[in-house]
Ligand binder design. Structure first.
Ligand SMILES: Cc1cc2nc3c(=O)[nH]c(=O)nc-3n(C[C@H](O)[C@H](O)[C@H](O)COP(=O)(O)OP(=O)(O)OC[C@H]3O[C@@H](n4cnc5c(N)ncnc54)[C@H](O)[C@@H]3O)c2cc1C
Length: 386
């Protein structure tokens, strides 16, 4: 249990905005406000900053694992984050040449590459259908992203959005069955769509397959050199350069504990907000929030420090500098794993995502001195989310 401060050191100050939670959303909001010259304080309950952007030595010394977010296509696509000078504060991207490999039972793998054409070539009979689906979405990426990731407002590019929406509104299972004939394209798309954590027969699970698939073609599936923590650290340093303030290790139990502020922003879940501020919210709003908000299915994550390469069967998946960073180990259209999770059951064959960032980022693994040979990588770090 981290040490918790009992009272806030800045209790007597007044801020234009106080933000509870230092995840990507909390820090992004803080920079928006600080950029206008207003005073901002971010309060984080954990000892380290960043929420889902944290990285840490979770296994052995020298192995840097991402605690949650690892592969960041939506960060790299974010119209707002792209306006921040994060590279000046230590953020650099690594783009593995293969975004994703989806191993198949025949010992081969379907690959998601930066190029739509190259990806399509690996999908056999569905090459043309994949090209027709993905090419326009990837080409329209910069027009689509503000509408998809931004707040609801009248779209600036309604035709591009309507073209995306016609497919996105469907279930992943319905979309792939109507567009693809072969297992390779179906499995690849279904695997990407499973990031939705929705049953694949449920709309709009196709949206996640299209969004993350097109992002791979438009901006790649990059990772942050040194760990996703570097993204959080860069946002924090930028915020500090704008005179924003941050306190860590103070878990807010009640909004009464906060310093006076013109606005309070909460980067927390609705249930956490109810616990913290339920009495200050309009009764009907609080009641509806308690009734309608449900936590989604959980994720089980395993981190490994490996003393050798993973013995993959599919040659395309084997560890090498030009291989994929992320692999789908389970998750087929016909495997009802996401449906079982949705119904509160344990699936026999859960959808498994495996990422091995240390293949591409030498700062994430320990090195050992060898006699006359310089530094050699000791081994690799890997993580799987199930
Ligand atoms: C295992 C896993 C893997 C993931 N992989 C990816 C990925 O590869 N790519 C990707 O884009 N996304 C990934 N995600 C999702 C991503 O991490 C989240 O979407 C993102 O972190 C949400 O950001 P947020 O700012 O909304 O909240 P969070 O990041 O959850 O931040 C909320 C913060 O608020 C703090 N807090 C909560 N209550 C209080 C309180 N009362 N007082 C003070 N502080 C408080 C918490 O400690 C936390 O730091 C993954 C998530 C998980 C769990």
């Amino acid at each position: 249990m981290p040490h918790q401060q009992s009272s806030l050191p800045l209790r007597n100050r007044h801020y234009d905005a106080v933000i509870v939670g230092s995840g990507p959303n909390g820090l992004a909001a803080a920079t928006v406000i600080a950029r206008t010259g207003r005073t901002v304080l971010v309060i984080e309950g954990a000892e380290t900053i960043g929420g889902g952007m944290r990285s840490a030595e979770l296994t052995l010394p020298g192995f840097i694992h991402d605690v949650c977010a690892a592969i960041l296509p939506l960060t790299a696509s974010s119209p707002y984050l792209n306006t921040l000078p994060l590279s000046s504060y230590g953020l650099s991207w690594i783009e593995p040449p293969i975004a994703l490999a989806h191993p198949l039972d025949d010992g081969s793998a379907a690959l998601l590459l930066r190029s739509v054409n190259e990806t399509a070539k690996g999908l056999g009979c569905d090459a043309e259908a994949y090209r027709r689906l993905m090419k326009p979405i990837a080409a329209d990426w910069s027009k689509l992203v503000p509408a998809i990731l931004g707040p609801l407002r009248l779209p600036r590019h309604p035709i591009a959005l309507a073209r995306f929406g016609l497919y996105a509104i469907r279930s992943a299972a319905g979309l792939v069955k109507s567009l693809f004939k072969g297992e390779r394209a179906r499995a690849l798309f279904a695997g990407i769509a499973a990031h939705s954590m929705l049953p694949l027969e449920r709309p709009p699970s196709a949206a996640f397959g299209l969004l993350l698939g097109a992002a791979a073609h438009a901006v790649g599936w990059p990772l942050a050199r040194g760990g996703t923590q570097k993204l959080a650290d860069a946002m924090v340093e930028y915020l500090r350069s704008l005179s924003g303030e941050i306190i860590t290790g103070f878990f807010v139990q009640s909004i009464e504990q906060l310093p006076a502020a013109s606005a309070i922003l909460c980067d927390i879940t609705p249930r956490q907000l109810l616990r913290m501020a339920g009495k200050s919210l309009p009764e009907d709003y609080a009641r509806r929030m308690a009734y309608y908000y449900r936590y989604g299915p959980g994720v089980f994550k395993v981190d490994w420090a490996l003393d050798g390469p993973i013995p993959w069967r599919a040659a395309e998946v084997r560890p090498r500098r030009y291989g994929p960073c992320r692999r789908h180990l389970r998750g087929r259209l016909q495997q009802p794993s996401e449906r079982a999770v949705w119904q509160g059951e344990h699936p026999r064959h859960p959808f498994v995502l495996l990422a091995q960032q240390s293949l591409f980022d030498e700062t994430r693994r320990p090195y050992r001195e060898t006699h006359g040979l310089g530094l050699l990588p000791l081994c690799q770090a890997a993580q799987a989310s199930i």
